[in-house]
Design a protein around this ligand. Sequence first.
Ligand SMILES: [Zn+2]
Length: 203
Amino acid sequence: MTGAGHPSGQTMRIVTCNGAPPMMKHLTIAMLGLATITGCEHVATPTAKEPTAATQPTQPTAAVEAVEAVGVTGATDYKSFTDAQWKQRLTPGQYYILRQEGTEPPFRNAYHDNKITGDYHCAADDTLLFHSTEKYDSHTGWPSFWQPATAKSVKDVPDADGSRVEVECATCHGHLGHVFTDGPQPTGLRYCMNSGAMKFVPK
Ligand SMILES: [Zn+2]
């Protein structure tokens, strides 16, 4: 269902983190509540339904079919996705967060107070990101976790100015949120996520 034009090698995104530096060394002591609100009024849809657009061109290509078939394996070359392809794959709220590094409003998002047992997946590619067993109430209004589901779930990318550490989906490099060092033990980390970048799958 993800219609697309022609795949091109162009990518609008620059990934600034190529290695895998120890995250702790790059973390700056963060003050509570410094996550900025950008003023966007988008509240991402909390549904687990796959994003489909009602007005998409019906011109399936082999590349699109491959994307659908590959799914969560990570073999899809998401870096080659054009903006148009992302807009067709994601809802406006998901696109704003995942592709434009947007931040949803605190407390007015789907999962900040979700206490149901289950897993949180990337809204773009279904990568497993977090378990509910590592979720805690940070009182920030955003869903918070003290560690990712696996070592390969997310990627930490320090901001250019060193003020914060961005958290991306390791598969599609979509923006998920930020990680801070004021979290609970045993890690002391607070993965401050946007609900709209994730899909919750109850167990
Ligand atoms: Zn992803």
